[in-house]
Design a protein around this ligand. Structure first.
Ligand SMILES: Cc1cc2nc3c(=O)[nH]c(=O)nc-3n(C[C@H](O)[C@H](O)[C@H](O)COP(=O)(O)OP(=O)(O)OC[C@H]3O[C@@H](n4cnc5c(N)ncnc54)[C@H](O)[C@@H]3O)c2cc1C
Length: 381
């Protein structure tokens, strides 16, 4: 019988203990008087915070111990990440490296690369960006034009990447590029490189968000030399590798918790005088949070059971990110004025930020249309 499988699951006692530990850490490190929360994974870039998390063993959790990780389960990472995102913690510095770069290097890297990069990622000291999208290749990733040609002991890369989150702050990015003609199948001839963002020939140009913040960039590569030891995986297998990397991106709590802090602010203002409509919105949103959380949690449990729930992950990403936007819209409708980035209330600032940047929730990591195509194909099988 074809279909997506989401099995009901609950936290074990051990997982609850981990959750409580993270809650105490958050209460200690991020008290309201010192911490301005952010919107989910787009929260502040704070290397000190990343290192503190690493000190607790909460970065690179699923990486093997001999590479600096903790050899823990996907559900353990789910528990930690959920608590941090709920509190709007400053997870920006380590986010990509922890979520996808570490596992990708573990899967495809050489032994030397694993030893060079993984312990630094798990220590919260090495941050990565994603070098996939290009001005004419976003959803259609196989049409990337960035190209690498053979040089002495390495490759020479030319091209432009776009929407590269954090390239102005991170150390490296993994670049998908063409290393040989496609010869009939566009998915052939692609490769991935680990590139230091400070390499000569790289220019990082900011692209401001609508709210004025600097989150992503255009990265231009002009005759950038990549030594052979920084080729990731096999030359020509970039398509398979990049799809595996995307698999780490889609089903986590980062795909439904971006506007959680806005919801908390909204609920915090409800009182006995609040309208029935406002209470109904609060109830409806809370119920949907719970349902989405169960779906995302089930995906982590399935990964720990050795399954590959990519269909389920696509469904969670679609449902979760459209829900994040619906939270903003529902709260906005009940507000009697336009929310302002300069409001005295942090919650209202976050609502204004969500209005301006929220359209990106259903674009980053694969658009709604692309995810629905993946889901439809998976459900048909
Ligand atoms: C906040 C944010 C951060 C990002 N960070 C990064 C990053 O760090 N690194 C990186 O590489 N990229 C990043 N991206 C880029 C993101 O992955 C792409 O924007 C996304 O994949 C869509 O590509 P595109 O913008 O080229 O749109 P297009 O692919 O041009 O799509 C335009 C519209 O057409 C629709 N469409 C396209 N193809 C189809 C199809 N076959 N069927 C139906 N509809 C289709 C899309 O759904 C969309 O609505 C980021 C994007 C955002 C918003």
């Amino acid at each position: 019988m074809p279909g997506a499988t989401f099995e009901y699951t609950e936290l074990t006692d051990e997982e609850r203990a981990l959750r409580d530990e993270v809650r105490s850490f958050v209460a200690e490190e991020l008290p309201p008087e010192r911490h301005r929360p952010g919107l989910g994974m787009s929260a502040e870039f704070d290397p000190d915070f990343s290192k503190k998390m690493a000190g607790r063993g909460w970065l690179g959790m699923a990486l093997p111990r001999h590479y600096g990780g903790q050899s823990r389960k996907a559900v353990d990472r789910f528990v930690v990440v959920e608590e941090l995102l709920r509190s709007g913690a400053p997870v920006g510095a380590h986010w990509v490296a922890d979520r996808q770069t570490g596992p990708t290097i573990l899967n495809f890297g050489t032994e030397e690369q694993k030893q060079r990069f993984l312990p630094a990622i798990a220590a919260g000291e090495l941050y990565f960006s994603i070098g996939m999208s290009e001005p004419d290749a976003g959803s259609d990733l196989a049409s990337v034009r960035t190209a690498a040609v053979r040089g002495q002991d390495g490759w020479i890369v030319n091209g432009t990447k776009i929407w590269t989150s954090g390239a102005h702050q991170n150390h490296y990015f993994i670049v998908l590029c063409r290393t040989s003609p496609n010869e009939g199948d566009r998915h052939n001839g692609l490769s991935q490189f680990l590139i230091d963002l400070k390499t000569p020939g790289i220019t990082v140009n900011p692209i401001p968000f609508l709210d004025g913040t600097h989150h992503f960039n255009e990265v231009v590569m002009d005759d950038v030399f990549v030594p052979d030891e920084d080729v990731l995986g096999e030359i020509g297998r970039g398509w398979q590798q990049v799809n595996s990397e995307l698999g780490f991106e889609r089903a986590g709590p980062d795909r439904y918790l971006s506007t959680w802090q806005v919801f908390l602010w909204f609920v915090g203002q409800l009182d006995e005088a609040s309208s029935g409509a406002a209470r109904a919105v609060a109830g409806r949103i809370a119920a949907r949070y719970w349902a989405l959380r169960q779906l995302s949690f089930a995906v982590s449990r399935a990964i720990d059971a050795g399954k590959a729930p990519s269909l389920e992950a696509a469904i969670v990403k679609d449902l979760g990110t459209t829900f994040e936007q619906e939270v903003t819209e529902a709260i906005l409708e009940l507000l009697d004025h336009e929310p302002s980035l300069d409001s005295a209330a942090v919650g209202e600032q976050l609502l204004a930020q969500a209005v301006l940047t929220g359209p990106s929730f259903t674009i980053r990591g694969g658009t709604t249309e692309i995810l629905r195509t993946i889901a439809a194909k998976g459900l048909r099988r």
